[in-house]
Ligand binder design. Structure first.
Ligand code: C2E
Ligand code: MG
Ligand code: MG
Ligand code: MG
Length: 281
């Protein structure tokens, strides 16, 4: 009997895995047509100055409007894009869109509007990256200074020497670099001081506990003073409440991002947010 049960469970798992593989193959095949079908969208989440709450820029966040599944989030399709190699085409398309929008908002009078774009490690190690960045910028005549690429710790820690060279070449283009989800990876201080980073993005997990947990407070304070002593800026992500906002204000975090200030929004909703923000000032 025990044997039978074991067989049954093996059978169950293997059909489960098969189903999972089918599902992934389907997603991948759909995703390969998503750009041509105009299904990839870029949403924008405002980043604000903690001084006066004015919008200084936005992070571009990818969405997939699937004809059957509806709006698919990046946590679902970015991994599929990465493992299939489609991320190179999709990522480049997103960067172009983001640069186009940033320029558009600048021309509407938000002259110092900055755009942050997430870069996956496959893109970071792609030798075509530099030309693609230059193309995206020149196509819309965006000053490189207003494009920020968000890297993750794992992206820059592997193959450290090559990564340092890539970061330096990106900085030579005049763009800004930041480390996303900072504090969740394994960057040591000695690594960090070699990185030509403009900004650290303090991970949401610290912010979500910042008003209740002493450790998260201490880590956040340590990240800030470390960043500042290395001449890097700091932006906190995932701010959802006025209490978190005022705590971060008190400890001199200069830039903030989170649902409290605005969820990732379509271009037209971002247009409205920017207009309201301008009228407020
Ligand atoms: P991320 O780069 O750390 O982006 C921040 C994520 O936190 C976004 O989720 C955003 O919607 C969410 N978020 C922002 N503020 C709050 C808040 O106050 N509360 C909560 N609970 N969440 C908040 P999203 O858009 O689902 O993106 C998830 C991840 O997918 C991103 O994390 C990023 O790693 C990846 N991703 C998104 N777009 C792209 C892209 O174009 N390329 C690449 N390579 N990765 C992307
Ligand atoms: Mg990010
Ligand atoms: Mg993040
Ligand atoms: Mg993330």
């Amino acid at each position: 009997r025990a044997m039978e049960q074991k067989d049954a469970s093996i059978c169950f798992y293997s059909s489960d895995i098969k189903e999972g593989l089918h599902e992934r193959a389907r997603l991948e095949s759909d995703l390969s047509k998503a750009i041509a079908n105009n299904e990839i969208e870029v949403h924008y989440q405002p980043q604000v100055s903690s001084k006066d709450g004015s919008i200084i820029g936005a992070e571009a966040l990818a969405r997939w409007r699937h004809p059957v599944r509806g709006l698919v989030g990046p946590d679902t399709f970015i991994p599929v894009a990465e493992s299939s190699g489609l991320i190179l085409e999709i990522g480049n398309w997103i960067m172009k869109q983001a640069c186009f929008q940033a320029k558009r908002w600048q021309l509407q009078g938000h002259t110092n509007f900055r755009i942050a774009v997430n870069l996956s490690s496959k893109q970071f190690t792609n030798p075509d990256l530099f030309d693609e960045v230059i193309d995206a910028l020149t196509e819309v005549e965006l000053d490189p200074h207003y494009l920020e690429l968000e890297l993750t710790e794992s992206c820059v820690i592997e193959e450290l020497d090559t990564a340092l060279l890539t970061m330096k070449k990106l900085k030579d283009l005049g763009i800004a670099l930041s480390i996303d989800d900072f504090g969740t990876g394994y960057s040591s201080l000695s690594y960090l001081k070699q990185f030509p980073m403009d900004r650290l993005k303090i991970d949401r997990s610290f912010i979500s506990e910042i008003t209740s947990d002493k450790e998260s407070q201490d880590i956040t304070k340590a990240i800030i003073s470390m960043a500042h002593s290395l001449n890097m800026g700091v932006i906190a992500e995932g701010i959802e409440s006025v209490e978190q906002h005022s705590f971060l204000n008190d400890i001199a975090v200069e830039e903030l991002q989170g649902y409290y200030f605005g969820k990732p929004a379509t271009v037209s909703d971002m247009d409205k947010m920017l207009t309201a923000n301008k009228n407020k000032q």
